[in-house]
Design a protein around this ligand. Structure first.
Ligand code: SAJ
Length: 405
């Protein structure tokens, strides 16, 4: 039996996937409301294919509880927040989950940490917990996830994976477990290499997005169309530039690379600069908006509409979203004046300037910033009834009233 600890964005789909592939699974979360929702037959967030997977897992007998289980395999997928000042990881949830697991774990149990952690976290914070509890029989493993919100269910099956373990035998045992559903290649390595490679994957993406954001600024200054430049450059067989945008959100790409900057402040200078470039984008977009307003004889700063609260298109997740960063900025610089937000994917109230229908949103607005590329807006500037549109995601297509980055 496998006890999955933490039933959030990663733990829940992983638990469901294992269960629907014949592994006996109990999912545990300390949030009793979440457990009650799952036990009432409902999933807790929207994701393509998740409801179908949930139904299969229920048929296969998955159980949900707020209690840890006595068993021989645990998967820990709890959050790993980071300290916004020091930029270092805060492993408190991982450490506390491991401590509790030790009260239940059978002898020689395998404890798999899926949560993203900075390189060295297991050695520094988790191993001492085992020593203190006299549980050096426990086999620690790091098996970082790689799935992308919006395509999680498919990627869980098809992505390659990494297993970091202290011994090849334990590594192979864990490979066998994940092979129950994973069709990708599974590499076995040591724990620190697994920790590092995960952080490096997200850092690679952050640095490359920063490159495209910097290109957008250069092209604007030099009077060139960045999308066209990138499109042409990408025809080179060894060039693959990502897309500039209004900033980088989500709980991974704007967060994980800071672990390296926090731990290697002198060395990680390129990474620091890249992160700062990405963080500068909401302000850049706002300035571009005010510029467009002035060009059109509209009061600047005046009332601005922001379409999209989530961190990317067609998800309901707002963690670290560029829109939230932009609203914070407007609060600081303009005392929060002049902003209205609407996101068809977010019905719950997240910010005070939020409205819940397109009609209410467009009422009284001259300018809309389309911060998120939800499918609804793709190639569809008409949705906004002729208003001036700022399109940092480059989704609307060309139009007289459409301003690109
Ligand atoms: N973005 C751009 N330009 C691009 C691509 C993305 O500005 O060309 C922005 C998006 O709009 C979004 C942010 O970056 O704000 C991140 O979005 P994403 O879709 O690239 O990635 P995430 O955060 O949803 O998921 C990432 C994935 N990591 C990589 O692609 C290396 C995923 O595989 C990881 O599992 C996940 O982080 C994680 O949990 O670490």
């Amino acid at each position: 039996m496998v006890n999955v600890i933490g039933l959030g964005y990663i733990g829940l789909p992983t638990a469901l996937m294992m269960s629907s592939h014949g592994v006996k699974v109990v999912g545990t979360d300390y949030n009793q409301d979440l457990v009650a929702t799952l036990n009432a037959g409902q999933t807790t967030f929207e994701e393509d294919g998740l409801d179908e997977l949930f139904a299969q897992a229920l048929d296969s007998g998955i159980q949900f509880s707020s209690e840890y289980q006595v068993c021989s395999t645990y998967i820990i997928s709890v959050p790993t927040p980071y300290d916004k000042e020091s930029k270092k990881i805060d492993p408190c949830y991982v450490v506390s989950a491991v401590k509790t697991v030790l009260d239940y774990a059978e002898k020689d149990a395998v404890v798999i940490i899926e949560s993203t952690v900075s390189p060295g976290t297991v050695d520094r914070y988790v191993r001492p917990v085992l020593t203190e509890a006299c549980r050096t029989d426990i086999n620690l493993v790091h098996a970082p996830e790689r799935i992308i919100p919006g395509n999680m269910v498919h990627e869980l099956v098809s992505n390659n994976r990494t297993i970091g373990a202290d011994s090849l035998d334990v590594g192979k045992e864990v490979v066998a477990l994940y092979s129950s559903f994973c069709e990708g290649e599974i590499s076995i390595t040591d724990i620190k290499t697994a920790e590092m490679s995960k952080v490096v994957e997200n850092t690679f993406r952050a640095v490359n997005i920063a490159f495209s954001n910097e290109l957008a600024k250069i092209c604007r200054q030099g009077g060139m169309d960045v999308s066209e430049v990138i499109e042409i450059a990408n025809k080179h067989p060894r060039v693959n530039i990502l897309n500039p945008g209004p900033g980088v959100g989500g709980h991974c790409i704007p967060v994980d690379p800071w672990f390296l900057v926090g731990d290697y402040p002198e060395t990680a200078s390129l990474i620091r600069t890249a992160l700062k470039t990405n963080e500068s984008m909401p302000e850049y977009v706002l300035n571009r908006t005010y510029e467009a307003m002035r060009e059109n004889g509209i009061d600047s700063p005046g009332l601005v509409g922001i379409y999209g609260l989530t961190y990317k298109g067609d998800v309901d997740d707002i963690r670290e979203s560029p829109t939230m960063q932009m609203i914070e900025l407007m609060k600081r610089c303009l005392a929060g004046a002049g902003v209205k937000v609407y996101d068809p994917w977010v019905q719950r109230d997240e910010v005070s300037c939020q409205v819940h229908s397109m009609e209410e949103f467009l009422d009284g607005l001259d300018v809309v910033i389309v911060m998120v590329a939800h499918s609804q807006v793709k190639g569809n500037p008409g949705l906004f009834g002729g208003r001036i549109l700022i399109d940092p995601c480059n989704v609307l297509g060309n139009g007289e009233n459409v301003y690109k980055l």
